[in-house]
Design a protein around this ligand. Structure first.
Ligand code: GLP
Length: 235
């Protein structure tokens, strides 16, 4: 894993932006894997304000809450429209459909989309417990898209976006770790002191299913972009 320490999320976004721009310019970026959460917001803002053109690029998102449809303002579908797609339309954009309660049908359909559109570059954030996508600790490194149960820690962390903790969905559809590892290139962003422990474990502990992000050490092309606060526990 390549590690880049930046001053703050604006500087981190710029590094990510340049990698995306280069991929578009040299035609190597046909399928872009996207993430939600607060972490990629600065990157999406830079993209919105740029002249980058995604009309020939397909996007696929990591995950979606089960039970929220596209009109719910905390659905990831809604987030992506607000933060990116309304301003920068893609050739096609795919997310798991949280309104489809038939988990098996939805996850099989999503894996088919991913196998037909292999990801050239996947953007990732990281949970305080080291999750990537919604792959919580204990997830198999071979996992594919499936319905997952969110841990109390993740529900607590994400409750800041909802009126109360009880409103946070308990389950999500998420690309698996195995699915994510198929991406040709991966960039993980981590900002803020609340990510410092996960980042310390990522760089200073071994590969273990207890820390889902550590699976990335098995991948040949991963860049981790962290701000000074998230790097503060690195020795
Ligand atoms: C969420 C998402 C992840 C995200 C992570 C961190 O639960 N499923 O894809 O990377 O948690 O979120 P944030 O960027 O808001 O800290």
């Amino acid at each position: 894993m390549k590690k880049i320490i930046v001053k703050d999320n604006l500087e981190g976004a710029k590094v990510g932006f340049d990698i995306i721009q280069e991929g578009l310019q040299n035609n190597s970026l046909k399928v872009l894997g996207l993430a939600t959460g607060s972490t990629p917001e600065s990157l999406y803002k830079l993209i919105r304000e740029s002249d980058l053109d995604f009309s020939e690029v397909i996007s696929v998102n990591l995950d979606e809450y089960v039970g929220l449809d596209a009109t719910h303002d905390q659905s990831y579908q809604y987030f992506m429209k607000e933060n990116l797609f309304n301003v920068k339309p893609f050739k096609a954009s795919y997310l798991p459909n949280g309104a489809n309660l038939d988990a098996e049908a939805e996850c099989t359909a999503y894996e088919k989309i991913l196998s037909e559109n292999p990801i050239d570059l996947q953007i990732l954030g990281i949970g305080t417990n080291g999750h990537i996508g919604f792959n919580e600790p204990g997830s198999s490194f071979d996992s594919v898209t499936r319905k997952v149960e969110l841990t109390p820690e993740t529900i607590e962390a994400n409750s800041r976006f909802f009126e109360s903790k009880d409103d946070v969905p308990t389950h999500a559809y998420s690309m698996g770790i195995g699915t994510i590892l198929k991406s040709k290139k991966i960039i993980l962003f981590a900002y803020g002191e609340n990510k410092a422990e996960a980042i310390r474990r990522l760089f200073e502990e071994g590969v273990s299913e207890d820390l889902p992000a550590s699976a990335l050490k098995n991948h040949p092309d991963v860049t981790v972009i962290i701000d000074e606060a998230a790097a503060s526990k690195l020795s």
